[in-house]
Design a binder for this molecule. Structure first.
Ligand SMILES: [Zn+2]
Length: 481
C-alpha cells in the first residue's frame, strides 16, 4: 500500500473505525493510554506503519537524507525523558510545512519543513516538539479518548493518520462523510498537549546543545508562512494549533535561558541543497543555484556548489557537474556526500574504473557511510562482479545488521551467482526488515525448498522459517492481524 493511493487507504481505515463504544465501556481517562494501547500493540501499529514507510513512493528513500534526519532525531531523543522508546524518523516528499508523530515513536518530517527552517536548531525544535508528543503518549491518549475501544479500530485510525497528517488537503478532499472529517479534526492536538510538547521540546533542545531561541523563531516562520499561501495555515499549524498563549509561554521560558550561539552542521546545509536540487523543474533549480553563487546568497558556499552539482547530475549535464565537483574538491573539506556525488558522476560517465576507484577511496575515509556502501555494491552488480558484491554487503552487515537494502543487494548478487537458497534467504531477511512477515516466510520457504544448499545452510534456513512462523502466531495475539 503506497501513499499514491491515500484515498483507498483512508477509506479502508475509516471503515474499520466507526463502531463507537457505549460510554460505560470506556476505560478510565486517567490511565487510558496504558490500558488501551499495550506496548506490544503499539509496537504492532508502529511496524505496520514502518512497512508502509519502507515502500512508499512519497517517502524520501535516499540514504543520505534519511541518515541525516535519523541521526539528528536520535541526538535529541537521547536528551529526552524516555530513552527506552524506539524512535524512527523519516522524510516525506511534500512541499507543505509539516511534521507528525505516530504511535511507536515514528516521526515524519516534510521536505517543505526542512527547507522552511532557517537553522538546524529550528528543525530540531520541531523534532523535539514531536518527540514530546511521543514521550507523553499524546496520540495514544487521543486515540483512546475517541471512543474507538478496540485495538483494531485504533490501528486503523493510526494508519489513516499517516496519510491525513502527511497530506491533510488530499485526505480531506477524499473524505465524503462528515464523520470522517470529524475524526481528522478530533485528532488535532489539544492546547494542553501542545504546551506539554513545547515544554519537553525546549528541554530536549537545550540539553542537545541547540539554540532554544529557535523554537519561538520557528513559530514566527510558520506564521509568516501563513501569509504566503493564500491565508491558509501550514499543515503543521492545523494539527498543532499555535495560539498567542502558546507563543508567549515558549517566549517566556526561552527568556530565562542563557543565550547560545550554535552553528549548523555541514549535513544540514548539504541535505537541504540536495533536497532543493531534486525538487521542481531541474533548469529552474540550476538557475537558482547559479544565481545564489553569483550573488553570494547562501548560508554555506560549498553546499550551494554541491546542490548545483546534484542538479546538473539530475539533468545529465555531466561536464557542468564535473566542474562543480572539481570546485568542491579544491575548496571544500572532504565530505561523504561530495565523494558520493563524484562516484555517481563516474557511473553516469560510464567509467566503471573511475567509479570503482572513487568508491574505494571514499569508503576508506568514510567506511560506515551507507550511501557509499550502497553505491559501491550497485557498481559491483552493474559490472557483473557478484563475488565482490557479496563480499562487501556481508562485511557491512556487521555494522548494519538491520539494513533491508543491504540484503536486497546481497540477494541480487546471489541470484547472479545462481545460488538459489542463499538468494531466497537474503530476500526473506530483506522482507523481514521491512516488517513484511508474510513475504519473509514465503521467501524463507523457497530457500528451504531450494536444492543447492549444504547441510549447514539448510538447517539455518529451516530454523529461521520456524522462528518467523512463531512470530506470526505471536502477532495474532495482539488482535491486529
Ligand atoms: Zn504539537
Amino acid at each position: 500500500m503506497h501513499y499514491k493511493s491515500p484515498i483507498i487507504l483512508f477509506g479502508l481505515a475509516v471503515s474499520l473505525v466507526f463502531t463507537p463504544a457505549t460510554a460505560d465501556e470506556l476505560p478510565d481517562l486517567g490511565d487510558i493510554s496504558s490500558t488501551v494501547l499495550t506496548p506490544l500493540q503499539e509496537k504492532a501499529i508502529a511496524e505496520q506503519i514502518l512497512r508502509e514507510v519502507a515502500t512508499s513512493d512519497e517517502v524520501v528513500q535516499d540514504a543520505e537524507v534519511t541518515d541525516y534526519i535519523q541521526s539528528l532525531g536520535q541526538k535529541l531523543v537521547e536528551k529526552g525523558p524516555d530513552n527506552r522508546q524506539k524512535f524512527t524518523f523519516f522524510v516525506v516528499q511534500d512541499n507543505s510545512i509539516n511534521a507528525f508523530a505516530m504511535p511507536g515513536g515514528v516521526i515524519g518530517v516534510h521536505t517543505g519543513l526542512m527547507l522552511a527552517a532557517n537553522s538546524e536548531s529550528e528543525l530540531a525544535s520541531v523534532l523535539g516538539h514531536e518527540i514530546g508528543h511521543v514521550t507523553q503518549r499524546h496520540l495514544a491518549r487521543m486515540l483512546a479518548s475517541q471512543k474507538y475501544d478496540t485495538f483494531k479500530n485504533i490501528a486503523g485510525i493510526a494508519l489513516a493518520l499517516l496519510v491525513a497528517r502527511a497530506n491533510p488537503d488530499l485526505a480531506s478532499g477524499a473524505l465524503t462523510t462528515a464523520s470522517a472529517v470529524g475524526v481528522q479534526n478530533q485528532l488535532d492536538y489539544t492546547r494542553e498537549y501542545e504546551r506539554e510538547a513545547d515544554r519537553i521540546g525546549l528541554q530536549i533542545l537545550e540539553a542537545g546543545g541547540f539554540d532554544v531561541r529557535a523554537m519561538p523563531a520557528f513559530f514566527n516562520t510558520l506564521l509568516r508562512g501563513t501569509r504566503f499561501v493564500d491565508g491558509s495555515a501550514p499543515s503543521f499549524l492545523r494539527t498543532h494549533p499555535l495560539t498567542t498563549d502558546r507563543i508567549a509561554d515558549v517566549a517566556n521560558r526561552v527568556d530565562q535561558l542563557p543565550y547560545k550561539q550554535v552553528q549548523d552542521s555541514k549535513e544540514f546545509h548539504m541535505v537541504r541543497a540536495k533536497l532543493r536540487a531534486n525538487s521542481g523543474a531541474v533548469q529552474t533549480m540550476i538557475d537558482l543555484f547559479e544565481q545564489n553563487i553569483r550573488e553570494g546568497r547562501y548560508a554555506d558556499e560549498a553546499a550551494e556548489h554541491y546542490g548545483l552539482a546534484i542538479a546538473y547530475l539530475r539533468k545529465n549535464a555531466l561536464p557542468q557537474a564535473e566542474k562543480e565537483l572539481a570546485w568542491l574538491k579544491k575548496n571544500a573539506a572532504k565530505h561523504p556526500m561530495i565523494e558520493n556525488a563524484a562516484a555517481r558522476l563516474a557511473v553516469a560517465k560510464n567509467n566503471p574504473q573511475q567509479a570503482a576507484q572513487q568508491y574505494q577511496a571514499a569508503l576508506k575515509l568514510f567506511p560506515d557511510n551507507r550511501a557509499l556502501i550502497y553505491g559501491y555494491a550497485e557498481h559491483f552488480l552493474a559490472t557483473k562482479q557478484a563475488d565482490q558484491a557479496v563480499k562487501l554487503t556481508k562485511l557491512k552487515q556487521d555494522t548494519y545488521p538491520d539494513d533491508a537494502y543491504l540484503y536486497d543487494l546481497m540477494a541480487r548478487a546471489y541470484t547472479m551467482q545462481g545460488k538459489d537458497l542463499l538468494s531466497h534467504q537474503a530476500q526473506g531477511e530483506a522482507y523481514y526488515r521491512r516488517y513484511h512477515l508474510e513475504r519473509a516466510i514465503e521467501q524463507m520457504d523457497l530457500a528451504a525448498k531450494a536444492k543447492d544448499g549444504d547441510f549447514y545452510q539448510q538447517s539455518i534456513v529451516e530454523a529461521r522459517l520456524k522462528q518467523l512462523r512463531q512470530m506470526v502466531t505471536e502477532e495474532k495475539k495482539t488482535g491486529f492481524f
